[in-house]
Ligand binder design. Structure first.
Ligand SMILES: Cc1cc2nc3c(=O)[nH]c(=O)nc-3n(C[C@H](O)[C@H](O)[C@H](O)COP(=O)(O)OP(=O)(O)OC[C@H]3O[C@@H](n4cnc5c(N)ncnc54)[C@H](O)[C@@H]3O)c2cc1C
Length: 496
């Protein structure tokens, strides 16, 4: 008997994860990917002898590690726990703070910036352990968790929940209420977005301390390829350069996908991992779930689009911190927007990225989608000007670096749109916020059967672990509906 089939729109992490779990549980799968390569925004690319890493700065492990193991990514891939998270430096050299994997050290460094705020810092750090102690709901999706199980979970976490409640406000409002020092504010805002709940920062620091934040050896490329290999080994099919234009619906049930070239791909189920606006407004013509999407678009912020400028430099930069945030730039305008902060990644911690004696220096800078989308034929020149402006800022920190640049690569919001259909450049979907974090986004749309969604647009805040988790949880929901036990790929059979 042939296996029931799933057509998956999108071959990013969520599409690949959905595919792996579905294959292990008896479905056949076809991924339709718009790009000419798999991986979505979790990708890396080569320019001459340099490997440009377009994604993983920190991989969240801890409770999420089981998903990497189930998918056969880690192991075999090795990881290096982060010892250094970031150095935040005042652009004019007034102060510099190292954030390492030692909470006592971080708290001390923050107190040193502003002794007057010591009590607030101590209170925050004292609560981190309790926050980290609450396990995220990975094992079972809420859709198939009974009321009894939910109540048991709430009872078990009752002490920690009081602390979670106390720290649910945004980082910005917590800072407004508790911190007097402008420099201290700037350090904390340089670490995670100000719209995120303060809990998010506490979780990141707690995970850092426990060694649960790491980088894969070989970077994003190795991580992405391990997942792709797993999907193919399980027997999954892929069509690259295949843009879905419409989800076909008959009598309230999805029955396939029409591609941009008119080809029809039929399936028993259809899963979209495309952006929420593309899925709801374009692929389904606004007929299902439009009101809920409109409300989210009105209330929640999207991730700011970014410029990702990478420079291959003939310098080892061995002593530079691997992540450096230059904060408090003054009078700088790039791509039509005032820039007061640059985040630098210095790839000096893994030989995969550059030949000996060379380093890739990467700058991540928020930018405006509209500005880039209206450059017309001046787009190429605009990109070159932006690269030159960023390099001029790097000169202040690394004098003479411009003369050592051997390779320049600039990805703009339009690059993210063209290669991964990141809607208006929102490469990570919904920005984490107190509201978006606390609200569950359903994986189905009202009135439409046989259709599901996975990926960062149903997991506000995005990220590698949650994109993978959403594929796992979706297949758990499908297994539950089919009345069969759920099997993890590393334990289950191959497709044959
Ligand atoms: C610069 C950068 C740094 C990051 N750093 C980290 C980090 O340090 N740690 C971390 O955990 N996360 C990080 N992330 C976030 C993480 O990479 C993403 O949240 C995750 O990879 C999203 O996976 P996804 O499959 O949900 O979405 P996507 O990767 O967006 O995949 C969606 C796929 O669907 C395809 N698609 C869309 N529409 C169609 C269509 N109509 N037809 C066919 N195909 C379609 C797209 O081309 C794409 O391949 C980072 C992301 C970026 C860009």
């Amino acid at each position: 008997m042939s296996r029931p089939s799933i057509v998956i729109i999108g071959g990013g992490l969520a599409g690949l994860s959905t595919g792996c779990y579905a294959l292990a549980n008896g479905w056949s799968t076809t991924i339709l990917e718009h790009n000419i390569a798999l991986g979505g925004v979790c990708t890396a690319w080569r320019r001459g002898p340099y490997l440009i890493d377009g994604c993983i700065h920190w991989l969240t492990g801890g409770p999420f590690s089981k998903i990497y193991a189930e998918l056969g990514i880690i192991p075999p891939l090795a990881t290096r726990p982060l010892e250094h998270f970031a150095t935040v430096a005042d652009a004019e050299g007034a102060w510099e703070v190292r954030i390492d994997n030692d909470l006592t050290g971080i708290a001390g460094a923050l107190r040193a910036i502003s002794p007057a705020d010591g009590a607030a810092i101590d209170g925050l750090f004292a609560a981190i352990d309790a926050v980290v102690g609450v396990a995220p709901p990975i094992d079972k999706p809420p859709e198939i968790t009974s009321l009894r199980e939910q109540l048991r979970g709430l009872w078990e976490d009752r002490h920690e929940l009081a602390i979670l409640f106390r720290y649910r406000s945004t980082i910005t409002s917590w800072l407004d209420e508790n911190i007097t020092s402008p420099a201290l504010r700037r350090v904390l805002l340089a670490l995670v977005p100000g719209e995120a709940p303060i809990l998010f920062l506490m979780m990141v620091l707690g995970y850092l301390q426990r060694g649960w934040l790491s980088r894969p050896v070989g970077g994003t490329e190795a991580f992405r390829d391990a997942l792709i290999e797993r999907y193919r080994a399980l027997g999954g099919e892929v069509r690259l350069d295949a843009t879905a234009d419409e989800v076909l619906v008959r009598e309230g049930r999805a029955e396939g996908v029409r591609l941009g070239d008119g080809t029809i791909v039929r399936g028993d189920l259809v899963v979209s991992t495309s952006s929420a606006p593309e899925t709801v407004l374009r692929l389904l013509g606004g007929r299902y779930g439009r009101d809920a999407l409109d409300q989210r678009l009105a209330r929640w912020k999207l991730f700011d689009p970014i410029v990702l400028a990478s420079f291959g430099v003939a310098r080892p930069l061995a002593d530079a911190p691997s992540t450096l945030v230059l904060d408090g730039l003054k009078g700088v305008e790039i791509a039509g927007r005032a820039v007061d902060r640059l985040t630098l990644r210095i790839y000096n911690d893994d030989p995969a990225f550059a030949p000996a004696g060379h380093t890739v220096v990467q700058v991540l800078m928020p930018t405006d989608y509209e500005w880039w989308a209206t450059q017309g034929s001046a787009y190429g020149d605009a990109r070159d000007r932006v690269a030159a402006a960023i390099l001029a800022l790097l000169e202040a920190r690394f004098p003479g670096i411009a003369a050592d640049v051997k390779m320049t690569d600039v990805a703009t919001p339009l690059t993210f749109w063209r290669s991964a259909r990141s809607w208006r450049g929102a490469f990570e979907g919904w920005m984490p916020s107190a509201d978006s974090f606390s609200q569950h986004v359903p994986k189905t749309l009202p009135g439409l059967d046989g259709f599901y969604m996975a990926g960062q647009w149903v997991e506000p805040g995005g990220g590698v672990p949650t994109a993978l988790m959403s594929g796992r949880q979706l297949v758990q929901i499908l297994c539950d509906a089919a009345g069969k036990p759920f099997v993890a790929p590393s334990l289950g059979s191959s497709a044959s």
